[in-house]
Design a protein around this ligand. Structure first.
Ligand SMILES: Nc1ncnc2c1ncn2[C@@H]1O[C@H](COP(=O)(O)OP(=O)(O)OP(=O)(O)O)[C@@H](O)[C@H]1O
Ligand SMILES: [Mg+2]
Length: 290
């Protein structure tokens, strides 16, 4: 898989100040070409830090990252030419219009597909003469996504691209993203807090908790190897995490290839189980007196 990894992290550790907490701790990741990988994790887990490292906005404290085999820290323009990026908060110029943004992208980005971006904006009824600062939060996100798609970059790095979109807009965008990746052999890596979005689009799932990777697996494999039991009495020996079910009962996620115990876990339960495991480890380490 290493040769075909389009995005990789090799022993990546990051802290923002000397002696401060680690935002990422020895993260190893290889994102295969042609995949849609979703990364989920609690606030502050390090998702944006990881994505920003691939964009060369953050310098690794240890280890390194590669974009298509290129180190973005030492070869920024070569690496970034391969990437379409949408930051967590859309970085638009408030006083420029929508069409100014399209013009600017066409000037700054070689190979920018203006008609693709324009078709997308027209389909969303976003008007060319509107000031970006006057668009709603969701429309700003849509503009940023249309510009990223217009780059036709082989790699899309999308940091919570869907957070401010309405449910239909989300579904539309994910459908389009899946098509683009499939038809044009691109690779997408997106962060999200919403498991139904992950379910719709991702073929790989990465769970990050406080700087550490808890799970990095094909979605199909994750479903096949995780099961749920009601946590009453003795827990299965390979229990990963325990969390509250919808009626308040405690559910245990466990690693269970071939086990007859319990029932298959849903993707949401897999995420909840790992997040509960990560939280339990961190709570023990915070130093707060109970
Ligand atoms: N510029 C910065 N300076 C100092 N610390 C930072 C900076 N950016 C992020 N951090 C810290 O790094 C850690 C990871 O933050 P990051 O933004 O990567 O998390 P995240 O997983 O994207 O969270 P969210 O879901 O809230 O977007 C947090 O503890 C955060 O406080
Ligand atoms: Mg973030």
């Amino acid at each position: 898989m290493e040769q075909t990894a389009v995005l990789s992290a090799l022993g990546l550790s990051k802290r923002y100040r000397r002696g401060g907490p680690w935002a990422l701790r020895e993260v190893n990741l290889a994102v295969p070409a042609g995949s849609v990988t979703a990364i989920v994790g609690p606030n502050g887990a390090g998702k944006s830090t990881l994505i920003r490292s691939w964009m060369s906005f953050e310098r690794p404290t240890a280890g390194r990252v590669l974009v298509d085999g290129i180190d973005p820290w030492s070869h920024r323009s070569e690496a970034l030419a391969r990437v379409g990026y949408v930051p967590q908060s859309a970085s638009l110029y408030r006083d420029l219009t929508v069409s100014d943004h399209v013009d600017l992208a066409a000037i700054l980005r070689r190979g920018f597909d203006r008609s693709l971006a324009v078709r997308r904006l027209a389909a969303l009824a976003i008007l060319p003469k509107q000031r970006a600062g006057d668009l709603s939060g969701g429309q700003q996100a849509q503009l940023a996504l249309a510009l990223a798609l217009g780059t036709r970059a082989p790699v899309l790095l999308l940091d919570e691209p869907l957070a401010s979109l309405d449910p239909l807009a989300r579904r539309d965008f994910l459908t389009l993203l899946a098509e683009v990746v499939r038809d044009e052999e691109r690779t997408a890596f997106l962060s999200s807090h919403i498991v139904t979005d992950v379910e719709q689009v991702a073929d790989r799932l990465v769970i990050l908790s406080v700087g550490r990777i808890m799970l990095d697996q094909d979605v199909a494999a994750a479903r096949a190897t995780h099961r749920i039991v009601v946590a009453a009495g003795v827990l299965p020996s390979n229990t990963i995490g325990v969390f509250a079910g919808p009626s308040g009962e405690q559910l245990a996620l466990f690693d269970a290839a071939g086990s007859p115990l319990g029932r298959p876990a849903t993707l949401e339960e897999i995420v909840l189980g790992y997040l509960a495991a990560g939280r339990a480890t961190e709570a023990a380490a915070t130093g707060w007196a109970a």
